[in-house]
Design a protein around this ligand. Structure first.
Ligand SMILES: Cc1cc2nc3c(=O)[nH]c(=O)nc-3n(C[C@H](O)[C@H](O)[C@H](O)COP(=O)(O)OP(=O)(O)OC[C@H]3O[C@@H](n4cnc5c(N)ncnc54)[C@H](O)[C@@H]3O)c2cc1C
Length: 379
């Protein structure tokens, strides 16, 4: 078997990259996924899509992806359940208000229609919240949420239509090098001769990078989500609501709510079983910011992995020590929403074209160069 390029990972990144490459006419694109498509972090995501970030690059990648999500059904024929209900960040400290004011200014300068609103206006948008202690909120109506698995399957189908090969249940086990050049990948289904590997292996990217001698500092961290029973009278346009102080967030999920929160006691690791140790903290956050949620019965939930980097921002670029090893990973909790734009960018990096935004500050070399790029607006 021979491939022009082998993409590792069948989540939103891998399938978006494969789709963008195949659509651009790249021949012999092969994607390998060791499990089912979308079985990694992508299917565990809350589905939030937004351009409200502090980092200019993330604003641009988010806004570009929002445009692609809006045209997704037309482009691929797949309904991704897009709800453009906005993201509402609830702010309770003067420092957070000041930092979101700066963020809104930057977002507006890049065409994103975010704005600061007062607590009463926030409650009109998201009636389940309490405004006690709230100073302000940041709202951007273009943001929202959609269904991650549908996005992956849409990209995979479009990639196949344009000639890409997708192998599920096929694990990358090694990368063969001749000097500094990649010559093949080894997989559970045999050797594939190729000169290019693109790592989109999410939380498992460090092991993939190591196969080519490339250090990708990505650490897995479990995050949990709870789903509630149906809630009467939910406004159909309830925004994705985030209490920035506690990190409690919720949005509609069918007739109920999807609720999540970070757990400061969680330690890095690949475990994805659920546990109830986060529930008391979740309850305390609800009591403070959205007491109405306390009355709701939990009907389900799941756990998945964030793929964290040291500065909580993505790794996108091409290795300099090996030819050719490209990577798009380490999205630190906001990778689903960047899938469309990053697929486009990686296609251009592969083809030697100038991408719509210069992602070189996100290359892995930033850690050695002490040029960290922290994203402040994270959940
Ligand atoms: C609870 C939770 C909520 C989240 N909410 C949001 C949100 O609201 N918005 C947002 O933008 N992001 C969110 N995220 C983050 C988002 O899910 C990830 O950033 C994104 O899905 C990463 O996509 P990916 O394609 O890079 O990785 P993945 O979806 O993890 O795909 C990587 C794939 O690589 C495969 N793989 C790994 N190693 C190998 C190998 N050796 N051989 C073959 N295949 C391999 C894996 O099986 C996996 O399927 C959330 C994450 C979690 C856990």
């Amino acid at each position: 078997m021979r491939a022009g390029v082998v993409v590792i990972g069948g989540g939103v990144m891998g399938t978006s990259i494969a789709c963008h490459l195949a659509r651009a006419g790249v021949r012999d694109v092969v994607l390998v996924e060791r499990d089912e498509l979308a079985s990694g972090s992508t299917s565990k995501a809350a589905g939030g899509v937004r351009a409200q970030f502090s980092d200019e690059l993330n604003i641009q990648l988010g806004a570009r992806s929002l445009e692609a999500f809006a045209r997704y059904e037309e482009d691929t024929g797949y309904d991704i359940g897009l709800h453009r209900v906005g993201y509402l960040f609830l702010l309770s400290t003067p420092e957070d208000v000041a930092s979101f004011e700066a963020g809104v200014r930057l977002q507006n300068s890049l065409g994103v229609p975010s704005r600061l609103i007062d607590p009463a206006a926030a409650r009109r948008l998201s009636p389940l919240i309490s405004t006690d202690g709230l100073l302000a909120a940041a709202f951007s109506p273009d943001d929202g949420h959609c269904t991650p698995e549908a996005v992956v399957h849409g990209y995979a189908a479009a990639a196949r239509r344009h000639g890409a090969t997708i192998w599920r249940h096929c694990e990358l086990t090694g990368i063969e090098l001749h000097g500094d050049d990649i010559t093949a990948v080894m997989t559970s289904r045999g050797r594939i001769a190729t000169d290019t590997v693109i790592c989109a292996a999410g939380a498992w990217s460090r092991a993939v990078g190591a196969m080519a001698g490339v250090d990708l500092p990505v650490e897995p961290l479990r995050r949990q989500i709870a789903v509630t029973e149906p809630v009467d009278g939910l406004p159909p346009d309830l925004p994705m609501t985030i209490d920035f102080t506690t990190s409690l967030y919720f949005h509609t999920e069918g007739p109920g709510l999807l609720v999540g929160m970070s757990d400061p006691e969680e330690r890095p690791g690949f475990a994805t079983d659920t546990h109830d140790r986060w529930i008391p903290r979740l309850g305390a956050a609800m009591e403070q910011r959205a007491p109405a949620l306390l009355d709701l019965r939990r009907t389900g939930g799941w756990a998945g992995l964030y793929e964290l980097t040291p500065d909580h921002n993505a790794l996108i670029g091409e290795a300099t020590s090996v030819s050719r090893f490209l990577y798009a990973t380490g999205f630190s909790g906001h990778g689903f929403l960047q899938g469309p734009a990053v697929g486009e960018v990686v296609r251009d990096l592969y083809l030697g074209r100038v991408p719509f935004v210069d992602v070189s500050p996100l290359s892995v070399g930033r850690f050695a160069a002490d040029a960290l790029r922290p994203e402040a607006n994270r959940v």
